[in-house]
Design a protein around this ligand. Structure first.
Ligand code: FAD
Ligand code: NAP
Length: 534
């Protein structure tokens, strides 16, 4: 541990849901561990994304931890889809209930980490000048935690206030009486626009690509349903584990094709799934993700809904996407399209010509200057790789992760990278992560890592490393699966297409149950695809 201030079994980076549970498991294994978190509190996503209207789009009874039966019994959600403040309270409750805080260092960013081959240890550097030696480095840095603000010309000139949805102030932001501009129409914008519209004197929405959105159908949590689920929570979780996306087992996912039923039945089915709300809409037919003609019928249904909701036909038309439903993440809203019926809301199309520039008084787009007091960047994230690559990670022979991933991320099972021994990625690229209910995916990864460390201790191994061939095969598998779907047909952040210059590679693994089965098989076969030493 040359030059280190401190020596630990494990360093965990990030105190979101992944980092919290990882710390809990490491402690129970009797390992010394410390979590470094750049924010001032726990909760990750729910610590940073405090924008008005922020809430989950997977039902709270499912978007929650299951590792502690007592925790899942005692916690009471108030809404079907809980708000950001409530989810943040939950994260804080977990941190307190399991006494995690003493091992978390807040306001501390991990800046770099290098693997010392001779010592078989990581040397981790923080932005506060600490140097920590650790056997294991576990990145719990999040898939959607590196906010992306496009490099708009004149951005520093603006005299009003600017906000990014993914880095929202902790103090109350009051838009009353203000002229507000929102750039973007992804999930964050779609949740915040109806709320901002109610407060602001005027709201201008700058839209580059319209998005499909289905009303979430949110409301107070049905207490009878809560009792029913809590009576057999384990069974409910087990059924969800068999769902392709790890949630939604209460609602039938249909096995038939959208093209195999009559027009009347198709419309009836879409109405039924529209009422179920949000992401559950995609379960209406089995082939919406793989058959373009089937998907087109869903697209047409949603476009008709938009035209029914939005009174001005021109605005309605502008809000209608023409790509594949679900290709970009389907949004779940509360009053999004209806917000455009308000007299204080205006939609500006920036699809044909990019936003010209930000001026001292507002924003120039489509040849017009829009005077604004506030600009909200709802422009998303450098997803899946951003937070990892913002840390200078160097593996064997000083190889930088940035270099290894120059043509796109490469990781075995999305968990480990060849050339980087004893480094684990929680929900890394190549794992179901963002294409699943992330809480069970996080727990599955944490459990895999904890079990692996237990195995290593039992056998007396010092290091574990993904084998190059296994990694190559896995990257190919992830690509092959995606190629058989409609996902690669649009410019989504799943493909890195939202960040200029980012390699176009489909990053998540599609299919939660198959992935879990693969991980179980890998572990059962002595961690096939990994090499151990020491
Ligand atoms: P995060 O919560 O992102 O936490 C990572 C933490 O690491 C952050 O606090 C960050 O500050 C810290 N960090 C990063 N780099 C460093 C560094 N170098 N040094 C120190 N600290 C660092 N998923 C769902 O399944 N369902 C939903 O309904 C849902 N809703 C979402 C809504 C929003 C607005 C967003 C942005 C995402 C949503 N997600 C949802 C995805 C969500 O990110 C995950 O569900 C989950 O919260 C991720 O937890 P995590 O711990 O892996 O990462
Ligand atoms: P996003 O989906 O990437 O949306 C970003 C928006 O900004 C897009 O409309 C994009 O347009 C626009 N944009 C980016 N750069 C632009 C530019 N230079 N000029 C004009 N417009 C630009 O980001 P997000 O809304 O923050 O959501 C990210 C993910 O977080 C979601 O997909 C979801 O997984 C998660 N999330 C979930 C919820 C929830 O409901 N629980 C809420 C928020 C976020 P283009 O489409 O043209 O690129």
């Amino acid at each position: 541990m040359t030059g280190a201030d401190r020596s630990l079994d494990a360093v965990v980076v990030g105190a979101g849901f992944a980092g919290l549970y990882m710390l809990h498991r490491l402690r129970r294994l009797g390992l010394s561990a410390r979590v470094f978190e750049r924010g001032g509190g726990v909760g990750g996503t729910w610590y940073w994304n405090r924008y008005p209207g922020a809430r989950c789009d997977v039902e709270s009874l499912e978007y929650s931890y299951q590792f502690s039966a007592a925790l899942q019994q005692e916690w009471r959600w108030t809404e079907r889809y809980s708000t950001q403040p409530e989810i943040l309270r939950y994260a804080n409750h977990v941190a307190d209930r399991f006494s995690l805080r003493p091992d978390i260092e807040f306001n501390t960013r991990v800046a770099s980490a290098g693997y010392d081959e001779a010592a078989g240890r990581w040397l981790v550097y923080t932005d506060r000048g600490q140097r920590i030696s650790a056997r294991f480095l576990i990145m719990a840095t999040g898939c959607l935690s590196a906010a992306n603000t496009p490099d708009f010309k004149g951005i520093d000139r603006f005299r009003g206030e600017t906000f990014h949805t993914g880095d929202w102030p902790h103090e109350e932001v009051d838009f009353h009486g203000k002229r507000v501009g929102v750039i973007g129409t992804g999930s964050s914008a779609i949740q915040s626009i109806p709320v901002i519209a109610e407060q602001a004197a005027h709201l201008t929405v700058f839209q580059r690509t319209p998005n499909y959105s289905v009303p979430a159908g949110n409301g107070p949590l049905d207490r009878a349903l809560e009792r029913e689920i809590k009576a057999d929570y384990a069974g409910f979780r087990a059924r969800n584990k068999l769902m392709p996306v790890g949630f939604g087992s209460r609602h039938p996912r249909r096995e038939d094709s959208a093209l195999a039923v009559s027009e009347e039945e198709r419309q009836r089915r879409y109405e039924e799934y529209w009422r179920l709300g949000g992401l559950l809409f995609m379960g209406a037919f089995a082939d919406l993700g793989v058959n373009a003609a089937a998907n087109a019928t869903a697209a047409e249904f949603i476009r008709r809904k938009i035209h029914q909701i939005v009174k001005d036909p021109q605005t309605a038309e502008l809000l209608c996407p023409d790509n594949v439903v679900g290709c970009k993440r389907l949004c779940a809203d509360t009053g999004y399209f209806a917000a455009f019926n308000r007299s204080n809301v205006r939609l500006v199309d920036v699809s044909q010509r990019p936003i010209d520039e930000i001026t001292s008084l507002g924003l120039k787009a489509a040849g017009e200057e829009h005077r604004l007091d506030c600009i909200v960047f709802a422009t998303g994230f450098d997803a899946m790789t951003g937070a990892l690559l913002r840390v200078d990670i160097r593996g064997r022979g000083g190889e930088r992760l940035q270099d290894k991933w120059r043509a796109g991320p490469r990781a075995y099972l999305g968990l480990a990278a060849a050339g980087f021994p004893n480094l684990f990625l929680i929900t890394g690229p190549g794992s179901p992560s963002v294409l699943s209910n992330m809480l069970p995916s996080i727990e599955q990864h944490v459990d895999f890592i904890a079990d692996c460390l237990t195995h290593m201790r039992g056998v007396g191994h010092q290091t574990i490393e993904a084998q190059q061939a296994a990694e190559d095969d896995w990257v190919q598998t992830v690509n092959n699966i995606a190629a058989g779907t409609l996902y690669p047909t649009c410019n989504s952040w799943y493909l890195g297409a939202n960040v200029p210059g980012k390699p176009r590679v489909f990053m998540p693994y599609l299919g939660f149950p198959a992935y879990v089965a693969k991980c179980e098989q890998v572990a059962a076969e002595g961690y096939e695809g990994f090499a151990f030493a020491g």
